[in-house]
Design a protein around this ligand. Structure first.
Ligand SMILES: Nc1ncnc2c1ncn2[C@@H]1O[C@H](COP(=O)(O)OP(=O)(O)O)[C@@H](O)[C@H]1O
Ligand SMILES: [Mg+2]
Length: 338
């Protein structure tokens, strides 16, 4: 069975080219999804790397659902969450009496995922002994239940995910190079959200309508100030953090709009950080951007802005005058003139 181009097109919803509801407005994300869809056509092992909350599991699901294995199971196992012994019986299964508490024979996840895809999440956390076992499974394509001497063939596509830098882990002797090469036949690197800012608002809008439906709240939009604030924040927890921030805003919103005040403290406090990747600006321009952003954050309140910036109100007034801002300017007007 092959996934045809037609099938792939059907995975995209609407003109926005969002396969399976995955937001990918940025070039980086579109390229990543394109690569994911191409690798879905073959059975190669895939390594998905990226910070926590960037969407690694989501990308793994996309690879599975765009592959000929889509009718089969997609199973994810978090290798970092359980002890080595438990992980072994979880993955490979065990026979009755294999260890204390093994009251019944049980197949492992490799067997449960037969005909489908198994995601080994947080593979960088796996112990050296377990790494050897995984390497053997990937090479031999067969497993042995704990306590059993016979092997069983498996037909599973393996995807591994990690938020660690595996090359670094290898250099420091914590990860086997041979396993690394087995896993990263193709590597999909999911960029952090702060490096694909075009995705922030489209994601926020989808997450907002999902949260509104889930919480049964009549919140349909982000106010423009709230949207600006989402763009300023650096999102260390990536899409997962955005999801939580938006859910909070939906829960607290008073009307049909989620406002800045409804966002979590750290997001509300965010001030624009000059990106190292953007062209270097004059300090004066940065000062201006910064001052206007803080003023905007304070809803145009100059006294509070001056206090937060640690300057006198007269100094702030002088600077605003130089920028062509008037005392009565509202935040929206400030932005337009800026
Ligand atoms: N591109 C995306 N479009 C829509 N939702 C996304 C996207 N990326 C991540 N998410 C959502 O963000 C959350 C975190 O994603 P997840 O795949 O679990 O991240 P990771 O595995 O990298 O920690 C999930 O709820 C997921 O559905
Ligand atoms: Mg994950």
């Amino acid at each position: 069975m092959h996934t045809t181009d037609l099938d792939l097109k059907e995975l995209f919803r609407g003109e926005r080219q969002e396969p399976m509801g995955m937001v990918a407005r940025s070039l980086a994300m579109r390229q990543l999804i394109d690569l994911a869809l191409r690798v879905a056509r073959v059975d190669s092992t895939v390594l998905i790397s990226g910070e926590s909350g960037t969407g690694k599991e989501r990308v793994a699901g996309l690879v599975h659902h765009a592959s000929s294995r889509a009718p089969g199971p997609f199973i994810a196992v978090n290798c970092g969450a359980i002890t080595e012994t438990l992980l072994e019986s979880e993955l490979f299964g065990h026979v009755k009496g294999a260890f204390t508490g093994a009251l019944q024979e049980r197949p492992g996840l490799f067997e449960s995922a037969n005909g489908g895809t198994l995601l080994l999440d947080e593979v960088g956390e796996v112990s050296p002994a377990m790494q050897v076992k995984l390497l053997r499974v990937l090479q031999e394509r067969e497993i042995r239940r704990v306590g059993e001497s016979t092997t069983r063939a498996i037909n599973v596509r393996v995807i591994a995910a990690t938020n660690r830098d595996l090359a670094q882990e290898i250099a420091e002797g914590r990860f086997r190079m041979d396993l690394y090469y087995r896993l990263h036949v193709v590597e999909l690197q999911v960029p952090p959200l702060r490096q694909r800012r075009e995705d922030i608002l489209p994601l926020a809008r989808i997450l907002l309508s999902e949260a509104a439906a889930r919480l049964n709240r009549p919140v349909s939009e982000l106010s423009s100030r709230a949207a600006d604030q989402l763009l300023r924040y650096h999102w260390p927890g990536n899409v997962r953090e955005l999801e939580n921030a938006v859910e909070r805003a939906v829960a607290l919103a008073q009307g049909g709009h989620a406002e800045v005040e409804d966002l979590p403290e750290e997001v509300r406090q965010a001030i624009p950080v000059p990106l190292v990747t953007s062209p270097v600006k004059h300090l004066e321009a940065i000062e201006k951007d910064y001052i206007l952003a803080v003023l905007d954050l304070n809803g145009g309140n100059q006294a509070r802005t001056a206090e937060q910036l640690g300057i006198g109100t007269a100094t702030l007034y002088r600077k605003l005058k130089r920028y062509g801002m008037t005392r009565s300017a509202c935040p929206g007007a400030l932005r337009k003139q800026a």
